[in-house]
Ligand binder design. Structure first.
Ligand SMILES: NC(=O)c1ccc[n+]([C@@H]2O[C@H](COP(=O)([O-])OP(=O)(O)OC[C@H]3O[C@@H](n4cnc5c(N)ncnc54)[C@H](OP(=O)(O)O)[C@@H]3O)[C@@H](O)[C@H]2O)c1
Length: 279
């Protein structure tokens, strides 16, 4: 890196161009230089649907691990309130509605670096969802968010992720996405069939397999993670799992080392022993 002379705390010293820029920026923004330096090296993560529930808890855990968090929320006010609750200088609320391409493009403009993308935002479309009576309008709405929305966000941020030395993509799926288990009458969730939600996550799994394949010879790790049946607004708080445990599984795959897996479907509900779920 090129060296030049700069004046730090009244002392003239040799330093890098980046360090000089940081110093100038710190003076202009009136923030401590130590904060900017720390921020330069922190890994950065975008979590969609992070204003509450599993996404919010994931933000909390990643902040604790020293990540800089872009807290995605389709309602900016809710996102800002959630960010305030986290009481950290390393979190920033970002307005992003994943079913709206304009909103995704605006969010992209507000983020300059990214190491980890957690596609967490999702909707159920309401239950029950009979194969006969569920309207195509409901199916389209669910797919617009869970499938097409997630893909649009991924495609919008892929250029930034490619610049990271250790890019990670975590697509939040559901145990109900497994076609193998849906065909097994002995499975504990065999009767929990849904014509829109489950298929939208099955499609997301299929997309993720293709994505992981395309990055198989790179530093990317791309996986689908089921947080498990968790008590949130999503299911009127009926799930037996808590958000802390659900987020832990997501965080595990967001922070994978270079020897970690790529292209797997992880679900402790579907496989309590190893977590690796059948597709
Ligand atoms: N809870 C479970 O038992 C369970 C089980 C398996 C998988 N999952 C998956 O886990 C993820 C999180 O679920 P959760 O239980 O935390 O659900 P939740 O309590 O309903 O929270 C969902 C989050 O997604 C956001 N969201 C919905 N549509 C969006 C859109 N178009 N653009 C941006 N954000 C949007 C919501 O924003 P608003 O606050 O504005 O609505 C909210 O922040 C989902 O993908 C879900 O399918 C959950």
């Amino acid at each position: 890196m090129r060296k030049r002379l700069c004046n730090t705390a009244g002392k003239t010293a040799k330093c890098t161009i980046n360090a000089c820029l940081s110093e100038v920026l710190a003076n202009r923004l009136a923030v401590p230089l130590s904060y900017l330096k720390q921020n330069e090296t922190m890994k950065k993560v975008l979590i969609t649907g992070a204003n509450k529930s599993i996404g919010f808890e994931t933000a909390k855990q990643l902040l604790d691990l020293g990540y800089y968090v872009y807290l995605g929320s389709r309602d900016l006010k809710k996102g800002e309130e959630a960010a305030r609750q986290l009481q950290s200088a390393n979190v920033q609320a970002i307005q992003i509605d994943i079913s709206n391409s304009q909103s995704i493009a605006e969010a992209r403009k507000n983020i300059g670096e990214l190491d980890v993308l957690i596609n967490n935002a999702g909707i159920s479309g309401g239950f029950p969802q009979s194969a006969i009576t569920t309207g195509v309008a409901v199916m389209r709405e669910v797919f617009d968010t869970n499938y097409f929305g997630t893909i649009q966000v991924t495609q919008a941020f892929i250029d930034l992720l490619k610049k990271s030395p250790e890019p990670r993509i975590v697509n939040v799926t559901s145990g109900l996405a497994s076609l193998t288990l849906h065909s097994d009458p002995a499975w504990k969730f065999y009767q929990v069939k849904s014509a829109a939600y489950g298929p939208s996550k099955t499609a997301l799994n299929a997309y993720t397999v293709v994505l992981a394949y395309e990055f198989k010879d790179t530093a990317f790790k791309v996986n689908v993670i089921d947080p498990g049946y968790t008590a949130t607004d999503f299911n009127d708080h009926r799930g037996p799992r808590n958000v802390a445990d659900a987020a832990k599984d997501i965080v595990k795959f967001a922070t994978l080392g270079s020897d970690g897996p790529s292209g797997i479907f992880y679900s402790v509900d579907n496989n309590p022993e190893t977590g690796v779920s059948p597709w």
